[in-house]
Every structure is written in structure tokens, then in C-alpha cells.
Write a protein that binds this ligand. Structure first.
Ligand code: NOJ
Ligand code: CA
Length: 708
């Protein structure tokens, strides 16, 4: 690692009337260029170019605080520091085992003339983009303060094409719309997806970050944030010119954005840009901007695959609740006296069935939802005292399940649905974790369905952001892993807290069970948006595609072929992957299930071979500590042929490739479960010829064979 700091300030006055002075810095490879300048009114600004292309035109920097007003105009630059860093760090798990952090730093130390507030702005310029954040150093003028607005802009060069979801403060479970920025109507989009719109205060022109953009000249631009801690999530407001985006923070219950205490800093704002869509997926800027691992020991953290008493509830075969009596009270209801409804999913017997299936197929763990009392009246009733996380239903024998899982060598995953009653969860958290440890559950899936109780906060506000981090930290202290559903979208914090394996924080596969579902292009957009901040518990692997199999008359179905469900294990990276379907559905297709058994959840390295948001993605990954590769290719509703050169294989080796492909007549709607499995021997000079059905995909295992 080489780091040096030097003082650098080039007073190269721009002729342009907008600026008074500027500092320029280029990325380590010289292609990305950052200009930091002042407008004539003392505002600070930045501009980002890649070679001769403007990525972000002159954009302003600023923040409003209740106690001091707008920190926007009238800044004096006191000094500027710069530094260079080149180091490689090892991941605990991930898409690759090592990540290079190569960037230059520029820190502008400024003083706001009216209020005398000291504000530093730190920029880190990488070969593939930029990160910057506001830093409030320790100062007499400012101690505790309230952020009322952030004034950062992202001034695009035109009305670009965007893949966006509405700027809902409470949920990110939307599918994406592709449109010009001028055609964004977030209100309309959220109404169209009313199955999850919890509150309807969505502004027409506010969309969520991460935002994926493409210019007419084929430049891909990605805007997001990194290391979101003690601050609200940043959404983006589209200006009337359809090309200026302004940071829109998520407010708290009384309309403030954040409560801070100097010295402190905001999260990083990130801009990634490339002419190649695959470079966006390959960018490690967000992870590099996060703090190194905060845990001293990490060998207890284990990526894993799991099955669960879960999808059967989503498709309506069984229920989370034990009885039909909705008149329950956590403290006073005599659970043993309740009449069972006859289709409770989380029974000891049913759980053992999943444990047997996991044990027989080398699946690491079993999740059980609906095991604990409270589900009769858990949602929509604003009950603070909704779950206690330690009392099982009468038909779920915790000790018997624990013993059976141990005997079979299978781990159990705990479920803490909080029903968004967050203060209740915080009060009960220590007891709930002790319960997990007593019964040897190494991981928990948390959930925050509904509006936050006590009332007023939003899922993406500072208060909740702090809650999710707190839970990950507390779990880490006890060596417990976390998979958070309905949290704010991740921003790379799994580098700092690698026990935080995955989040949902987007529209998962479950929507296909009980709603209009996820359109076929959905999984080709998620890696460019939601997954840029961290792994998703998408729950792939649904083999029974049509919900009519469960007697549903809705026409609901998974909007992919079966082969595409397999490919998702490669294209949607997560260290925690569910084999989400029911054991009986896998038993009908054990040949295809072999891919799910084989596919790893931790990788040595990853190659993004081809990609276009909304169209297709092909990714190859090398398993950690082996010579084996896995490849996933997916498409949208259009069929696709692609030839994949295997020149990434070791030239000295021979491999057996098993291709799990769509059958020639497969189609996500008309014939989703038609697949063919073929085997061939391949080398580094081989080319795979893949044919993807409409809504289809291909999954390939490429295992090195011993040569005689
Ligand atoms: C929503 C989660 O995304 C889903 O996975 C879970 O089954 C339900 N909430 C119940 O907790
Ligand atoms: Ca969810």
C-alpha cells in the first residue's frame, strides 16, 4: 500500500463566467477527470469527464442545516489536500476473493463565510468513477445540528434514458420502468404497483437511487451512495430541465432529514461511468468507499444455501398463522387453547421434511417462517406488541427440531418478522438472540413489513438506517449472521459487517406468487441497480412456474423459464442463496436441481461477459479454492442466441461443461419448464453456443477434470 499526501491547489481560473477557480485531478489511469471549482457566488461545484466525454456537467455542492441555514453560496477555500492510494484487500466472501482499491483523493477545506461553519468535501477518484462526501470537522461553531436538506446536484448533459423506481420512502419493492427522465411519473408508477405502495406521498419527479442511466452516445452512468450510516437514504429529484438531479433525502417523522454531531460526515455520493455496461457491474467503487471489516474474527461467517418453510405460504398451500382466531394478544392468549386452522406450515413434522430434503441434497440450512406466536394478527393493525421472537406455536417443537437438524447435519435459520414494530424488536433483541444461540441458529432472516411502529418514521430514514446497522452489529457480537427483508437498500456495508450476508430491499421472486409479478426484464436490471450496493436474497429456483398448480385462478406465474431460474444463481450474486421451491417440485426435476446443488455461493473471481440493462446479462464466476467455473446467461422477454468464448479457462486444463438450457420450444409464458441438459468437454479455446428462450436463460457448470 502506498499513500502520500501533498498540498496541491492550482488556481487555474476558468474563462467561463460560472467559475472562479478550479482544481483538476485525473484518475490513476488518466481517463477520468474531476474538476472542483467555485461559482462566482462562492458556491462549490464539481464536474466529471471521461476522456473527451462529459459524464457530469458543472454541478453544485451544498447542504442546509437548521441552525445555520443553507451552506451553499459564499464559501472560502482554505486549502486543498490530495493523496493517492493503491492497496488490495481480501474479502470475507464475495464475487471475488481480493479487491483492488486504486484511487486519488482530493479534500477541499472550506469555510462558509456567513455562518463560519467549516466544511470539508472529500473526493475519491477511481478509474471507473467518483465518490464524494461532506465532512464537518470538529469546530466551535457547530456541534449538534439538524440537516434539513442536501443541495448536491448531478447535472447530466441531457435528458438521458433511465431505469427507475418511484421515490417511495418506505419500500423499494417495485419493478423498473425504462424511460427518458422527462417521462418519469413516479406517482403513476407507484399506483400501478399498488400491491406494496404503503403510503402515497410519492412525488411525481422523485426516483430512487441507485439510478442507472444511459446517454444517447452509449455512455452508462450510475448514481448511488456508499456507506449509508447515521443518515437517511438519498433519492433523486428530477429538475424541470429533465437533466439536473438533486439529492432528495428521506425525512423523519417531523420532516427533518438527519440529526448529526460534529465531527461527522455524510455517506459517499457515487458516480460510476463507462461505455461498457459490463464495467458498471464490475465496479468496486462502492465497496472500496466502505470502511474495512469491523469484526476481529470472521471465520464463523459462512455463506450458505438454504431451503425453507416459506414458498408454500406465499403460494397459499399453508399459512404462517396457527389458528384462524384473529383476536389474539401476545401476553394473554392461551396459545395451547387456540383451535388450529389445519394448514399451519411451521409444524415440527413439516420442518423435518425440509431438513430431510436439505440433508439429502447437501443444502446447508433450513429457514422456518411462522414458527412463533403472533401471526394471526400481525399486519395492518398497528399493534406494537406483535411478536416476542421466543415463543413457538404449540405444534412447533423447538428442541425436537434442533435435535433433528443436528442429527442430519443441517443448520436452522431463525425468522424475526418484526411487522415493522421496531421499538418492540429493539426491546426484545437481546432475549431473541439468546434464544437463537441456545437453540443453535447461526443466522436470522429479519423482516419489516408494513409501516414503522411507533408511527411516523420511514423505512429509509435515518432512524431506521441506524436500526438496521444496530441489528447487524449486535448480531455480530454474538456471531450471528443476518438477512434483512424490507430494509433500506444496501450501500456496501457488508464489507464492514460481513455477517450481514444479504438483504431483500427490492422486488423479489415472491411477487410472482401473489401479484402481477416481476416482468421478464426485471432480473436483467437488478444487477445494475439494487445489487450494486450488495447481495440480494432474491429467492431464485422456482421450478413450478405457474401458480395454477396450486389451484390459483389468478394467472399469476413466475415470468421466467425454469432454466433462467437456474441461471439466476450466477447472475444474482448472494452469499446466501435460497432454493426457494417446495421439495416435491424439485423431486420432479432432480436432473435440473443438480445445478442448484452444485453452484457455489462464494467466488474467487467474476467475469462480466456481456450485459445490457433490461436486455441480457452473462456472467462467469470461478469457485473459491477450486478450478471450477459457473456461468449464467439470462435474457428479457426476447429470445437470444449468444456465443461465449471460454478463453478465461486455464489453457492447460480440460473441463466438463454441463449446460442447463431452455428447450428449443421453451417460452416463459407458453412452455416455461421445457429444458435440456447436455454435457460436453471444453477447453480454453472452446466456444459455448447458448440459445435462450423468451424470458429464458442458461446455466452452465464447467468443472475441471483430471487428465490421465
Ligand atoms: C416479506 C418477506 O419478503 C417474505 O420473505 C416473508 O415471507 C414475509 N414478509 C413474511 O415475513
Ligand atoms: Ca419483501
Amino acid at each position: 500500500m502506498r499513500v502520500f499526501t501533498s498540498l496541491l491547489f492550482v488556481h487555474a481560473c476558468l474563462a467561463a463566467i460560472t467559475c472562479t477557480a478550479q482544481t483538476r485531478m485525473s484518475s490513476p489511469d488518466g481517463h477520468m477527470k474531476l474538476s472542483v471549482f467555485q461559482y462566482t457566488d462562492g458556491r462549490l461545484g464539481y464536474k466529471l469527464e471521461q476522456d473527451a466525454t462529459v459524464v457530469m456537467d458543472s454541478s453544485q455542492l451544498g447542504i442546509s442545516i437548521k441552525e445555520k441555514g443553507d451552506l451553499l453560496t459564499g464559501f472560502t477555500i482554505k486549502s486543498i489536500d490530495s493523496a493517492f492510494k493503491d492497496m488490495t484487500w481480501a474479502t470475507v466472501w464475495g464475487e471475488e476473493s481480493e479487491i483492488r482499491d486504486l484511487h486519488k483523493t482530493l479534500i477541499v477545506h472550506a469555510r462558509h463565510s456567513n455562518s463560519h461553519v467549516l466544511l470539508d468535501i472529500e473526493f475519491r477518484l477511481f478509474n471507473d468513477g467518483l465518490g464524494f462526501r461532506y465532512i464537518f470537522p470538529q469546530q466551535e461553531t457547530l456541534r449538534n445540528f439538524t440537516v434539513t436538506n442536501e443541495l448536491t446536484t448531478f447535472h447530466l448533459t441531457d435528458n438521458h434514458t433511465a431505469w427507475w423506481i418511484p421515490g417511495d420512502y418506505d419500500t423499494n419493492e417495485y419493478y423498473y420502468t425504462k424511460s427518458r427522465l422527462s417521462n418519469v411519473d413516479a406517482q403513476k408508477a407507484s399506483i400501478k404497483m399498488a400491491e406494496i405502495a404503503t403510503r402515497t406521498v410519492i412525488d411525481k419527479s422523485v426516483v430512487q437511487a441507485p439510478l442507472m442511466l444511459k446517454t444517447d452516445n452509449g455512455l452508462y452512468i450510475h448514481i448511488f451512495e456508499a456507506a449509508l450510516v447515521n443518515y437517511p437514504a438519498m433519492h433523486l429529484r428530477i429538475g424541470e430541465d429533465n437533466q439536473t438531479l438533486t439529492s432528495q433525502l428521506v425525512p423523519d417523522a417531523v420532516g427533518n432529514m438527519a440529526y448529526l454531531n460534529a465531527p461527522c460526515h455524510t455517506p459517499w455520493r457515487t458516480i460510476i461511468a463507462s461505455k461498457q455496461a459490463t464495467d458498471i457491474l464490475a465496479s468496486r467503487i462502492i465497496l472500496n468507499l466502505n470502511e474495512p471489516c469491523a469484526l476481529t474474527e470472521t471465520d464463523w461467517i459462512k455463506p450458505m444455501k438454504f431451503v425453507g418453510v416459506w414458498w408454500e405460504m406465499h403460494v397459499g398451500v399453508s399459512s404462517w398463522e396457527y389458528s384462524n382466531d384473529r383476536n389474539i394478544q401476545l401476553q394473554t392468549t392461551d396459545w395451547n387453547a387456540l383451535k388450529p386452522n389445519g394448514h399451519h406450515g411451521a409444524t415440527t413434522e413439516n420442518t423435518k421434511r425440509y431438513i430431510d430434503f436439505a440433508a439429502a441434497n447437501g443444502i446447508d440450512a433450513v429457514l422456518v417462517e411462522g414458527w412463533n406466536v403472533g401471526w394471526e394478527d400481525w399486519f395492518g393493525n398497528w399493534k406494537e406488541n406483535v411478536f416476542d421472537f421466543v415463543t413457538p406455536y404449540p405444534d412447533f417443537d423447538v428442541a425436537a427440531v434442533e435435535a433433528y437438524a443436528k442429527e442430519k447435519g443441517v443448520q436452522m435459520i431463525m425468522h424475526h418478522e418484526t411487522s415493522a414494530s421496531v421499538t418492540n424488536y429493539e426491546r426484545r433483541l437481546q432475549e431473541a438472540m439468546t434464544f437463537m444461540q441456545t437453540h443453535h441458529y447461526p443466522a436470522v432472516k429479519t423482516g419489516y413489513v408494513g409501516r414503522i411502529i411507533p408511527r411516523g418514521e420511514w423505512h429509509d430514514g435515518q432512524w431506521m438506517v441506524n436500526h438496521y446497522v444496530y441489528v447487524a452489529q449486535e448480531m455480530a457480537k454474538r456471531h450471528l449472521m443476518v438477512d434483512a427483508h424490507e430494509p433500506v437498500r444496501p450501500t456496501g456495508l457488508h464489507r464492514t459487517y460481513p455477517n450481514w450476508l444479504a438483504c431483500e430491499a427490492a422486488r423479489g421472486n415472491e411477487f410472482n406468487a401473489w401479484s402481477q409479478g416481476n416482468p421478464p426484464e426485471h432480473e436483467t436490471i437488478l444487477p445494475f441497480t439494487r445489487l450494486m450496493g450488495g447481495p440480494m436474497d432474491y429467492t431464485p429456483g422456482i421450478f413450478e412456474i405457474k401458480m395454477s398448480a396450486y389451484g390459483q385462478q389468478t394467472g399469476n406465474q413466475v415470468h421466467t423459464t425454469l432454466a433462467k431460474q437456474l441461471a439466476l444463481y450466477v447472475t444474482m450474486y448472494s452469499p446466501l442463496q435460497m432454493a426457494a421451491d417446495l421439495p416435491q417440485n424439485y423431486e420432479k426435476h432432480l436432473d435440473a436441481f443438480q445445478f442448484i446443488k452444485d453452484v457455489p455461493v462464494d467466488w474467487q473471481k467474476t467475469l462480466y461477459l456481456e450485459a445490457e440493462p433490461g436486455e441480457f446479462i452473462t456472467i462467469a464466476r470461478k469457485q473459491k479454492n477450486t478450478q471450477d467455473w459457473y456461468l449464467g446467461a439470462i435474457t428479457n422477454s426476447d429470445g437470444r442466441s449468444t456465443k461465449i468464448a471460454l478463453n478465461f479457462l486455464d489453457p492447460g486444463k480440460v473441463y466438463k461443461a454441463t449446460v442447463y438450457a431452455d428447450a428449443p420450444d421453451a417460452d416463459w409464458k407458453k412452455n416455461p419448464t421445457a429444458y435440456v441438459i447436455t454435457e460436453q468437454m471444453v477447453r480454453s479455446n472452446s466456444v459455448l453456443d447458448l440459445k435462450l428462450a423468451p424470458g429464458g436463460g442458461a446455466a452452465v457448470s464447467i468443472k475441471a477434470v483430471e487428465e490421465n
